[in-house]
Design a protein around this ligand. Structure first.
Ligand code: KG4
Ligand code: ZN
Length: 330
């Protein structure tokens, strides 16, 4: 079955073509350079860029896959959660394709997309398994019983892990997005130079990273650096901050797996591209860890296409009344 997937939930315009679970193309057009000077995503700019790019990205995906519009048998589109103006662009594009071609359309939750990114890989876990989604908007643990059967075990009470990375990077004058740059600076820094808190929230599988972010702010103030921070300090703070975040994520994975008696764990979402998290996760001896490749951890349309494909196989489909939702629980 040839499936066209679309994701425009945030700042990436992405269209993918799959043949069943096999990726034929997965085009991700990043808007970062238009947002970085503002230190975060500007929703109005994001939706305007999606409008400008969606058709071109769609054509590129179809050409690269070596298929034609006529070959497409299912249109799978992310309809939430995300920025409403951005979601609407992908959704209108999907509806127009569906209406003009008569092909079925199916709406997919962005978080389901992140979970199912692992099914685009050669190696994927058997059900049931534990999933940690760590992205710019979410830090959540789920028990995954089957396709479409997700039980939330914990979630962030304030900032998501990726959001904390982005805000700390802004304080350090490192630009947006913060994750990749902190990841690379941390490798050159000494994580023990500064002692930052580990917000474990003992007894809970929820997360909270806003206190850690504030601790970095206070540390910079106490050191007397609010601007012109020396490179050495940036590296050491990056290493200490990253060590704190990764310690918490790893501990929570272990707690959740033991509470739910699960052996298999999928770690996914943009922050799952982090080299320290990947390294430390692989070192957990007692669990089988599954990590999508880095390009499938960050936002992409192939993960939406594979989720729609699995829903369609279960007999589900949407119609042209499908709406976008900024808030859409899984
Ligand atoms: O999943 P994603 O592409 O978009 C959302 O659904 O949010 O995640 C984006 C987030 C950003 O906060 C970015 O800073 C973070 O993922 N990120 C990373 C790394 N690469 C991206 N965080 C830590 N280390 C990385 N290597
Ligand atoms: Zn995402």
């Amino acid at each position: 079955m040839i499936v066209l997937g679309i994701d425009t939930s945030c700042d990436d315009t992405s269209v993918a073509i799959l043949e069943n679970r096999k990726i034929l193309s997965n085009i991700v057009s990043s808007q970062i350079k238009f947002h970085s000077k503002y230190g975060g995503i500007v929703p109005e700019i994001a939706s305007r860029k999606h409008i400008e790019w969606i058709w071109e990205v769609g054509e590129k995906a179809i050409n690269e896959a070596g298929v034609t519009l006529k070959d497409i048998e299912l249109i799978s589109v992310c309809n939430g959660p995300g920025l409403i103006g951005s979601l609407l662009v992908g959704l209108c594009f999907a509806k127009a394709l569906s209406y003009s071609s008569g092909k079925p359309i199916i709406g997919v939750n962005h978080l389901e997309g992140h979970i199912q990114a692992i099914f685009l890989e050669e190696e994927f876990p058997e059900f049931p398994f534990l999933t940690l989604i760590v992205s710019g908007g979410h830090t959540s643990l789920y028990r995954v019983e089957d396709f479409g059967k997700y039980k939330e075990l914990g979630r962030t009470r304030d900032d998501a892990a990726g959001e904390a990375y982005d805000k700390v990077a802004k304080m350090l004058g490192l630009g947006y997005p913060g994750g990749p740059v902190i990841d690379s600076l941390a490798k050159q820094g000494n994580a023990e130079k500064f002692n930052l808190p580990r917000p474990y929230l003992h007894g809970s599988l929820d997360f909270s990273f806003s206190g850690l972010k504030t601790a970095v702010k206070v540390l910079l103030k106490n050191l007397g650096y609010e601007e012109d921070i020396p490179d050495e300090i940036k590296k050491d703070i990056s290493a200490a901050f990253q060590c704190s975040v990764v310690d918490v994520l790893i501990e929570k994975i272990k707690w959740a797996a033991s509470m739910e008696k699960l052996k298999r764990v999928v770690i996914t979402g943009g922050v799952a591209a982090n080299s320290e998290l990947r390294k430390r996760a692989e070192m957990i001896g007692e669990l089988e860890i599954y990590l999508p490749s880095k390009s499938l951890c960050t936002d992409n349309a192939a993960m939406i296409a594979v989720s729609g494909y699995h829903r369609f196989l279960r007999g589900e489909k949407s119609d042209l009344y499908l709406n976008a939702r900024a808030y859409l629980p899984l």
